[in-house]
Design a protein around this ligand. Structure first.
Ligand SMILES: *[C@@H]1O[C@H](CO)[C@@H](O)[C@H](O)[C@H]1NC(C)=O
Ligand SMILES: *[C@@H]1O[C@H](CO)[C@@H](O)[C@H](O)[C@H]1NC(C)=O
Ligand SMILES: *[C@@H]1O[C@H](CO)[C@@H](O)[C@H](O)[C@H]1NC(C)=O
Ligand SMILES: *[C@@H]1O[C@H](CO)[C@@H](O)[C@H](O)[C@H]1NC(C)=O
Ligand SMILES: *[C@@H]1O[C@H](CO)[C@@H](O)[C@H](O)[C@H]1NC(C)=O
Ligand SMILES: *[C@@H]1O[C@H](CO)[C@@H](O)[C@H](O)[C@H]1NC(C)=O
Ligand SMILES: *[C@@H]1O[C@H](CO)[C@@H](O)[C@H](O)[C@H]1NC(C)=O
Length: 318
């Protein structure tokens, strides 16, 4: 149920595949279902193949065999000093009522463990009468679920509490907006004046990240576009997170959203789309809601809109 997030936060080294972040775990082994093998001894190749494989949320390199396995249905982890074979996708944060996590690895694994949760984990049976989720499995597998689910095993089934799931913003500095049943985000408007000599959009995005942990806003619908434009008056303009993929821009296809979302909506002023002869630097939105890639007409920037993924919040039902 949770959106794939792109927080540039890592436990150790991070592999970035296009805009998708996988964290490389050092010193931990994960419990998960391996559902396919892939022939490659290159983690980057395995990660890309995993990303295209339905349900895959992590890989394990099977060093020395020329293969890796695709993982899903994460259950937990254990410390294992010598293990460096796991890479897992970075997902939105999930918290559980009444549980305080203390380490990044706990948070990382909790996000994975709950990523298929909708009352119950995927494929578990809902027992509405007793507020339980049940799953027929071995004691060993049930034990692996125990730390994250308060699971118990009754010699046949693994049993955990039924949970309601919600989404929320990290804190009250954000404004929550739902644009459709699938898309909701957190927004934070902040005043901002450029300084220094680095790229304007890099400065702006770094500022967003430092202030909010989010990124320069990306825009995916007319409603969201109108919302972003509503922060501007008259001749004001604001930098949005639509930037060059690799420095050379001749068409819209050469652009990406800095938060990693797909470019599925644009609203350029007539004549302002990137061209082979243009000199693209950044994208701005004007008070009219129209976008421009020519920022030379903008003499000053007054603010930024930062966007952050929603977080999952689970409440055990009792
Ligand atoms: C993967 O490698 C195994 C063993 O070398 C081989 O039998 C199999 O055909 C390979 N699979 C693919 C899809 O290349
Ligand atoms: C979690 O932390 C909060 C705030 O620090 C504290 O009030 C609460 O008692 C803690 N809950 C548990 C279950 O430890
Ligand atoms: C879900 O259940 C189906 C049918 O029992 C099974 O074929 C499938 O492998 C299960 N999927 C997962 C992820 O456990
Ligand atoms: C334990 O598992 C059995 C077999 O499915 C089931 O009939 C029984 O109700 C379960 N016990 C509890 C306390 O859920
Ligand atoms: C709100 O959450 C963001 C992201 O986690 C953080 O950067 C910011 O400092 C928080 N603000 C407050 C007032 O807690
Ligand atoms: C950058 O993108 C352009 C246009 O898509 C492409 O022609 C060029 O090869 C790319 N350069 C690099 C270094 O990836
Ligand atoms: C572009 O933005 C304007 C102003 O918000 C809006 O009226 C128009 O429908 C948008 N165009 C497209 C193609 O979304």
């Amino acid at each position: 149920m949770y959106v794939k997030a792109v927080f540039f936060l890592s436990l150790c080294s991070t592999v970035i595949c296009d805009s998708i972040v996988f964290n490389h775990l050092l010193g931990y082994s994960l419990y998960a279902d391996a559902n396919a093998l892939y022939n490659s001894s290159n983690p980057q190749e395995c990660i890309e193949a995993c990303y295209d494989y339905y349900g895959c949320t992590g890989i394990q390199m099977l060093w020395g065999t020329g293969q890796c396995s695709f993982l899903q249905m994460f259950r937990g982890y254990t410390y294992n000093t010598n293990d460096c074979s796991f890479y897992v996708i970075q997902l939105s944060k999930v918290s559980v009522k009444g549980r305080n996590l203390t380490t990044p690895i706990d948070q990382q694994v909790q996000n994975l463990v709950y990523s298929t949760m909708d009352y119950c984990p995927f494929n578990w049976t809902i027992d509405h009468d007793n507020y339980l989720c049940k799953y027929t499995t071995t004691k060993q597998v049930c034990n692996q679920y125990e730390p994250f689910f308060e699971a118990s095993w009754n010699k046949t089934e693994c049993i955990i509490p039924l949970m309601n799931s919600y989404v929320k913003c990290p804190n009250h500095t954000y404004v929550y907006h739902q644009w459709s049943t699938a898309f909701s985000y957190c927004y934070y408007y902040t005043t901002w004046t450029p300084s220094g000599s680095s790229d304007l959009y890099t400065q702006a995005d770094d500022y967003c990240y430092a202030q909010t942990g989010g990124h320069l806003v990306s825009i995916h619908s007319d409603d969201e576009n109108e919302y972003v434009a509503s922060f501007l008056k008259d001749t004001e303009a604001m930098i949005i997170g639509l930037v060059s993929k690799n420095g050379s821009v001749s068409t819209v296809d050469d652009l990406k959203w800095i938060d990693g979302m797909p470019v599925d909506y644009t609203n350029f002023t007539t004549g302002a789309k990137p061209t082979p002869t243009g000199s693209f630097k950044l994208t701005v939105i004007q008070a009219s809601g129209l976008w421009d890639t020519d920022a030379t007409s903008v003499t000053s920037f007054t603010g930024l809109l930062c966007k952050h993924d929603v977080e999952g919040y689970l409440v055990p039902i009792s």
